[in-house]
Design a protein around this ligand. Sequence first.
Ligand code: HSE
Length: 336
Amino acid sequence: MRIILCGFGVVGQSLVKLFDSRSDDLYAKYGLKPRIVGVFDSKGSATDPSGLEFMKLVEVKKKFGTVKNYANTKNTMSGVEMIKNIEADVLIETTASNYKDAEPGMTHITTAMKKGMHVISVNKGPLALAFPSLMELATYNQVMLKFSGTVGGGTPILDYAKNSLNGERITSFAGILNGTTNYILSNMTTGLSFDESLKDAKGKGYVEADESLDLDGLDAAAKLVILANWVMGMKVTMPDINCTGIRKVTTEDIKKAAKNNSAVKLIASCNKELVVAPKEVSNNDPLCVNGTLNAIAFTSEHSGTQTIIGKGAGGIETASSILRDLLDIRQEITKN
Ligand code: HSE
């Protein structure tokens, strides 16, 4: 399967390492032979129609900070040029999420779909700002658009709701969808102030380069948009979310919750309204997970409430979600 990889940060590199370490097993078990024919980062590109060497890409990136030194002649082809000019079956979009105009991911995804490529995106920006129109574009061009890793990282939250609960009517859901704010709030139960806890989270490398994405609830809101569209069939985008972050949560709020045998969590919920806001959750509720964990409780008409818990971020975890999507695409293609 010929792949163009957009972005070569933590997730992109984890994916390439996964392909390298699992190549025999992926072929033997699933008949999957991933061939990366092009990859680009913010400084340049590497291309080879017969497939780039996985570990050489990682080594070149480590040494030069870009993949453009992969070949002897530095490759400065832009991402869009690559998508337009190189033949591939699947585009994997891993550039950073941006909730202002969703670029550059939006252009990568739309250009690829118009050219007939299937798309896997772990970039939330395009889906958060234009989910309904991107799905239409995928249908129009008869391609698959997959985005398993956008919610829950490696934890298959979207697949669970869409496929495992097939036939059910999900009436509402509520979840902790941002690991960083969960870490900060969990840490505040030990008596740390918001600022101290934020500093600790930054030291551990959890906080996004633009901290507002985590702290003001934008990341959780983007995930809520994706869930609402995909699971509930709503046609909504970011401005439809009533969003409050955690900056105003004080140690007093945390202590007050503890007296009620509860904890303050940043909850993204869909129940008549779409809301992201800090809320008290009982310590006995399975949703009340700590640290960087994510959790989501789906309430369905017949089967009641079920909670799924897991790691919501991380390079290798998110790479595993891309592999899931890739295997789904391969299975669909080989059916026809
Ligand atoms: N900043 C996000 C989080 C990363 O903390 O959950 C995964 O989307």
